[in-house]
Ligand binder design. Structure first.
Ligand SMILES: Cc1ncc(COP(=O)(O)O)c(C=O)c1O
Length: 389
């Protein structure tokens, strides 16, 4: 019997995420300047907390909701999808999930057979790859074109397709690069999906955080793609609700019962108290989203200005969305991003994430988060200025 017989091959293949490792190591460093977590630092707005508190007081949260989520919440989600994402939906095409990640996992479980290939951009959000590995699927990496702003290489996607290809999975706006994939590129991907009968699983966690004249385009809004897209969303980023663990997905009504079969063993339903908070988020003022976006845009500009002064160390593509960016490290030492980031943490007290955590073409880069305060960014860059001198 093999030594690690207790652990499945699926799980054994998954390594500790560099994000969690850096968080752990950062805790050992006093007064660290923290640019390594993609988590909003703002607290959840008061009216959303109030929604949860009144639901608790009214005795509404002690039981399960329907697996697909409270009907009232799904009705509000339908309105939001129409207004913001240009998606015509009904409540039976929605599942309320435990954040975006559980929706993505349930979607992957529902469509991926062992050995099926799933195409990813590289660099990409590593959790997506883990979700496919857990379903015994095979991740296939297609490098993005960095010099053009980390855009898709559409010809390379075509070339990566084999008889085993089942799906394409991406986040836009992207973690870690901050790219907002253009409508033109997403329509080209949709054409490839239709020609080859592929499913597209989208992660739109940062949908509202797009800057300058960029627009978020939802592949689920293309009518011909109705049966070929599962679109995953979350309350985590838009409403600073990371710990509430609530999100949702939209898919064709025929697929929903199958995704629900995968969702139930992981979750039964999303936390009911969080579903009431989500309801308050959708029904209440949307000003917080604009406030968060304005803040992140300012922080992005500040981070780019500070990086410009370190142009012998870093070269970067200006992020168009999310609150993350992915500079290339120009020094010899930067070729090993893990060692580079660990030294930066130890010697300059700046916490960042090594690019290798986001796929093979992420090596030689580091990820920086700008969802922090101006002081935090200045503190980190003052230290880096000194360190690299
Ligand atoms: C692209 C992307 N998707 C999903 C998530 C997690 O979303 P949730 O908290 O809704 O599960 C993150 C968190 O960093 C992310 O960057």
């Amino acid at each position: 019997m093999k030594d690690n017989w207790r652990i499945s091959n699926r799980v054994a293949q998954i390594q500790e995420s560099a994000i969690h490792e850096m968080t752990r190591l950062s805790k050992e460093v006093e007064d660290v300047a923290f640019l390594s977590w993609a988590k909003p630092t703002s607290d959840t707005p008061e009216h959303i907390k109030e929604g949860a508190i009144s639901a608790i007081r009214d005795g509404l949260v002690g039981g399960y909701s329907p697996s697909s989520g409270l009907l009232e919440l799904r009705e509000e989600i339908v309105k939001k999808l129409k207004k913001y994402n240009n998606i015509e939906a009904n409540p039976f095409q929605i599942i309320v999930t435990v954040g975006a990640v559980e929706g993505l996992s349930a979607a992957v479980m529902a469509v991926i057979e062992p050995g099926d290939e799933v195409i990813f951009p590289s660099p990409t959000y590593s959790t997506h790859i883990q979700e496919v590995v857990l379903a015994s699927g095979k991740p296939v990496i297609v490098p993005l074109i960095e010099e053009e702003g980390f855009i898709w290489d559409i010809d390379a996607v075509r070339k990566a397709i084999t008889p085993k290809t089942k799906a394409i999975m991406y986040a836009s706006p992207s973690n870690p690069t901050g790219t907002v994939f253009s409508e033109k590129q997403l329509r080209q991907l949709a054409d490839i999906a239709l020609e080859n009968n592929l499913m597209v699983i989208t992660d739109e966690a940062y949908e509202y955080f797009v800057y300058d004249d960029k627009k978020h385009f939802c592949m689920g809004s293309i009518p011909e793609m109705k049966k070929n897209v599962i679109s995953c969303f979350t309350f985590t980023k838009n409403y600073a609700m990371t710990g509430w663990r609530v999100g949702y997905l939209h898919a064709d009504e025929e697929i929903i019962p199958h995704i629900t079969k995968a969702h139930i063993p992981f979750a039964i339903c999303a936390p009911v108290v969080s579903q009431y908070a989500a309801l308050a988020a959708l029904k209440g003022s949307q000003d917080c989203i604009k406030d968060f976006r304005d803040h992140y845009q300012k922080m992005r500009n500040l981070m780019c200005e500070r990086l410009d002064k370190l142009d012998s160390i870093f070269e970067y593509q200006k992020p168009e969305g999310s609150y993350l960016m992915f500079p290339k490290i120009l020094t010899e030492e930067g070729k090993d991003s893990t060692t580079f980031c660990k030294r930066l943490l130890k010697e300059a007290r700046v916490s960042t994430t090594p690019g290798i955590a986001f796929g093979p073409t992420g090596e030689g880069h580091l990820r920086l988060s700008f969802c922090v305060s101006e002081d935090e960014i200045n503190k980190a860059f003052d230290r880096m200025d000194k360190y690299f001198k």
